[in-house]
Design a protein around this ligand. Sequence first.
Ligand code: SF4
Length: 407
Amino acid sequence: MVAGTTGTIGATGKPSPPKTTGEFAKLSAIEPWATLLVLQASPFCNINCDYCYLPNRTSTRRMSMQVLASAIEKTYASDLVRGELTIIWHAGEPLAVPISWYEEALATISVAAPSQANIVHSIQSNGTLLNQRWCDFIKRHDIRVGLSIDGPDFLHDLHRKTRRGDGSHRAAMRGLQLLKDNHIPFHVIAVITGEALGHAREIYDFFETAGVERLGFNIEEVEAEHAVSTLGAGHEERVRQFYQTIFENQKRRGSITIREFAAAEQKIRSGISLREFDFPWFNEQVRPFGIVSVDSEGNFSTYSPELLGMSLQPYGEFCFGNVLRDHFADALETPKFRQALADIQTGIKRCAETCPYYGYCGAGAPANKYYENGSFASTQTLYCRYAVQMPLDIVLNDIESALNLTT
Ligand code: SF4
């Protein structure tokens, strides 16, 4: 989903989608309901990773409380929220904005949201700005935390550098240690680049020693400003070997839950499968308004969060309105939204018709389809091959081998 930060895999194991009502019933069988609200407190990031896709990460602009209140009010007024809503503070380093801003923001949200709202806050951070005051704040508000660390220093510091060109590993590990000292649960997301491929065992050892219990891998993606991945053509067998080594270590040692394998196993064991004509309701990246993204100025979009504000042909700026003046439902009638919806639908249909992984994957990520294939109306990408198909194959092979042994 986002280089170096977050990542989702669709399979959630929900038994069925909720009923669509109100304005959004115009989308008929597509069942839009929001589970994620991605808010950009500021585009600013204090470090300068070379694989980052964000174009404005030197801007210190901050979201106003008026924009924030409107985003919350419109999310709930749209009847899109049917249960828990996760707010992800993202698209910039969330901890680069002061605690005092978040104190005001959380108070604003509690006034703007309905009294029965069930909101969970989440941050994905580079960890370098964590201190005791942040830990106290995180504990006080029960905020879910993810850190972005790419493994040992010799891998992490290749790409995750400060603006002066120094590595950020030492500061990130200091942040990780503070979370542990404060008994704050966290997960880690590691970006896998070409340089990491021969080091799967060292990466596993490193995270195990660091006390990381939940780990996800984001393969280096082709997105927006980041136009080339070091994992391009010709790396498939080495990526498979990487995943296989990680899988064998986690199976034998049991010390770390790996997101990709856990998702694959959950999906396989749940027995949930889509037929060719089913809409992949569990994949919030293709479900209209499954993810609502709002930038620091109030501009909003949906689908993959990293698309917000990007200039994409034939849509122009990928933004469907501004929370200060528009309701989310207003977007439904705009030519831009209808065109994006139709193209994403075509991509889903093509995936359903051609890909044996469709029932598990649910048609992938529109952002990756656009940046790798030039169109939402397309199918396979590097991302889905590496992040969806390979982990599923490895888990399936393992389950099948175990069955053969016992029969
Ligand atoms: S082609 Fe890729 S995105 Fe499409 S269903 Fe298959 S794995 Fe998913």
